[in-house]
Design a protein. Structure first.
Length: 165
């Protein structure tokens, strides 16, 4: 095996996050239907639309590199989503249900924030300003979604879940 460099890592990480975004898109409808709060359902629905746009932006980044969009299985997101489904089975429909959904969704958001942030830094390093801008747009959306989930948790979900303790 030849020596791999940062450019190879950039491309593999891009494939990883492209896979992750597609898996996340598939899970957002499940989260939306499981949410009890209308505000949380709306947040998941809105983020589903954003995720579709994020996938399209990743495809633009691939094209900017002269590559066809392709995926590499992301074990990290697979584990996070598996854990989220487990939490949903255990707490769905309970007073802690929305708090559990938010906690699971934030684990996903934090994963995405780290990946997109790293890819953006590397894109700037390689002088791929358009790719960095596209990745930055997604990073901003992921951060805003995380902030919104925190706001919903603080405003209602956590208090409802704690009321039984």
């Amino acid at each position: 095996m030849g020596t791999k460099g940062l450019e190879d890592l950039f491309k593999e990480t891009l494939q990883d996050v492209y896979y992750a975004e597609q898996e996340i898109l598939g899970s957002l409808s499940e989260l939306e239907s499981a949410a009890e709060s209308e505000r949380l359902r709306n947040a998941f629905a809105h983020h589903r639309g954003e995720t579709e746009g994020q996938i399209a932006r990743l495809e633009q980044v691939f094209r900017a590199l002269g590559e066809e969009p392709s995926t590499k299985k992301c074990d990290g997101i697979e584990g996070i989503l598996k854990e989220g489904r487990s939490v949903l089975r255990e707490f769905g429909g309970s007073p802690a249900g929305d708090a559990a959904l938010i906690a699971s969704a934030q684990a996903v958001e934090h994963y995405e924030i780290t990946r997109h942030g790293t890819l953006r830094r590397w894109a700037y390093l390689f002088g791929l300003d358009q790719a960095a801008q596209l990745l930055g747009e997604t990073l901003d959306e992921e951060s805003s979604t995380d902030d919104l989930l925190t706001e919903i948790a603080d405003a209602m979900a956590n208090a409802k879940a704690a009321a039984l303790d």
